[in-house]
Ligand binder design. Sequence first.
Ligand code: HEC
Ligand code: HEC
Ligand code: HEC
Ligand code: HEC
Ligand code: HEC
Ligand code: HEC
Length: 451
Amino acid sequence: MDSIRLRSLPRLFLALLLVFVSFGYAMAQGAQPAAGEVGSSKNPSEVGVTPGTVAAAAPAAAAGTTTADPAAIAAGDALFKGNCAQCHAVNDVVVGPALAGITKRRPMSWIIPWIKNSSKMVAAGDEYAVKIYNQYQKQQMPSFQLSDAEITSIIAYTTSQEGVGAVPTDLNAKSGDNAIVDGTAAANGEASSSSMNILLIVLVVVLIVLVVTLVIIANIMKDVLRGRKDLDGRDREQMEQRFDYSRIYKSTAVRGIVGTVFVLAVLYETIQGAMGVGLSQGYQPTQPIAFSHKLHAGENQINCAYCHTSVYKGKSANIPSPNICMNCHSQIKTESPEIKKIYRAIERKQPIQWVRIHNIPDLAYFNHSQHTQVAGLECQTCHGPIQNMEVVYQYSALTMGWCINCHRETPLNTKGNGYYDNLVKLHDAKNGAVPFTVSSNGGTECSKCHY
Ligand code: HEC
Ligand code: HEC
Ligand code: HEC
Ligand code: HEC
Ligand code: HEC
Ligand code: HEC
């Protein structure tokens, strides 16, 4: 029995355990998207479409296709969000009825003329049209100049979304509502993360089975050895040995390693803490109303300046007053408890107490219109993917170094700006090879930001 190295068994356990744990950890990490990645794929230029505009994705390709065609569904998705989403959701009553099951209630030969001109059908006395018109307090659905193919693709989209994240009765279920708007994406995300979880569970089970089997094998081998008389001293010692935990505590090597790791961790935290004094990057307070930029600026493509009205004109970007919310919410989601908070603020003539997130100290001067209107920078350059944020957080550091670095690197947007004509000539005459950046124009002089 010399060939069986009993002493190596515990080490084998340990090694296996380590491999499994680190594998499991790596998988769990892989399942979560890195924070910085969130929404980076979203094209910032998609934002900035005014509400109600017809989405550009003309479904020429969708003409005459069947409901299952993914191209038609994608085109329908864009058209639905551009034209119908203010008033309709698929699985939820908004201003108009939930569109789920519409193809079962009504034939396409009814739906198409209805969407093109619903009031004409009501006036003509179509029985169903009159009934639903009365049922919805005689609110008139607008007429749409959409082609038959476009309408078919919208219906293909709504049919594909039926049942996704449906919470028809509970108006308060916020995540459910978002799932409707963002149906496919949310569903995909959940599917992939749940398959990750199943994998992890399988791994853990396999690990437990392995450990149990190895323990059983070890015991059998011990029994076999015990039955034999011709053991040498080393094997006997090995057989009688019990695992001694106190030896781990006493070992200087273990103590040394633990001590060093502890000191390094404390040091690292202290340095990080000291560097972050006065920094509030990532600050994400809870707001008094669960207002979602993802829903408004992302899914519904409401232009930033529709609410932040002074961002292209003035020093600061204002936070909208409740009146702006009421442009839509006098109609939309009027029963939602979150929306009722807006009504309450208006009744009491008190502003909504939004918690301010971005705030540079008064010793520095920052002007929005200089950056958005004159320099033509996108909001996302400084504020990150706001259109994907359920709750806004401070994306950039807002330190002096952050301002200065950008001023060093960013060429001035001088096109069509008469103010810069002579300055550009002067700059090019002196050192034309160097790009004309904000700092070449004095944008890093102390007095530009401090006075
Ligand atoms: C301004 C709000 C509004 C917009 C925008 C709107 N609808 Fe409607 N829709 C309604 C209302 C309200 C009704 C209920 C009937 C009525 O009162 O006229 C309705 C009814 C319907 C119905 C009949 C539903 C049923 O259950 O029988 C369909 C289908 C429909 N809309 C499709 C659309 C589509 C597709 C779009 C986008 C192209 C759209 N609607 C845009 C308000 C709107
Ligand atoms: C429907 C109105 C609306 C639209 C559209 C909108 N916002 Fe906002 N925004 C708000 C409200 C209300 C707040 C305050 C509550 C909060 O922080 O979520 C806010 C807060 C912010 C803040 C944080 C302000 C602070 O306290 O420092 C930033 C930055 C911001 N919005 C940028 C944007 C950008 C960029 C867009 C376009 C992609 C946009 N917003 C579109 C209403 C809107
Ligand atoms: C241009 C139209 C528009 C404006 C302006 C607007 N919203 Fe909305 N809002 C919507 C739409 C569309 C929805 C989604 C409705 C749905 O999920 O069916 C929504 C949903 C919401 C919800 C989620 C309600 C729930 O219970 O699901 C909240 C909260 C909200 N808005 C707050 C605000 C606030 C606060 C303002 C003003 C700063 C505002 N909205 C301005 C169009 C608007
Ligand atoms: C060059 C970087 C930059 C760009 C581009 C930018 N912002 Fe800001 N934003 C800031 C800074 C810095 C603050 C903090 C200002 C302060 O505290 O005075 C801020 C603050 C805000 C606030 C809080 C209110 C305020 O003015 O203090 C809102 C809302 C806002 N920005 C919206 C927007 C929108 C919408 C856009 C795009 C149209 C935009 N920002 C583009 C840097 C930027
Ligand atoms: C993403 C790049 C970027 C960031 C970040 C940025 N700026 Fe700017 N800034 C510009 C550009 C580009 C211009 C030039 C605009 C123009 O053509 O006048 C400018 C111009 C200015 C000016 C006017 C300079 C002059 O010559 O008149 C001031 C003041 C200023 N920025 C302050 C700040 C402050 C304060 C911060 C930080 C809180 C900041 N900027 C962050 C890009 C940036
Ligand atoms: C592009 C704009 C800009 C320029 C140019 C600039 N600063 Fe600043 N400075 C800032 C901002 C923004 C802050 C606030 C940063 C913060 O809160 O972390 C700041 C903060 C400071 C502070 C205060 C630090 C503190 O923690 O209270 C001092 C001192 C300062 N700057 C000195 C200077 C000097 C000296 C120069 C010229 C060499 C200069 N700054 C040029 C934007 C600028």
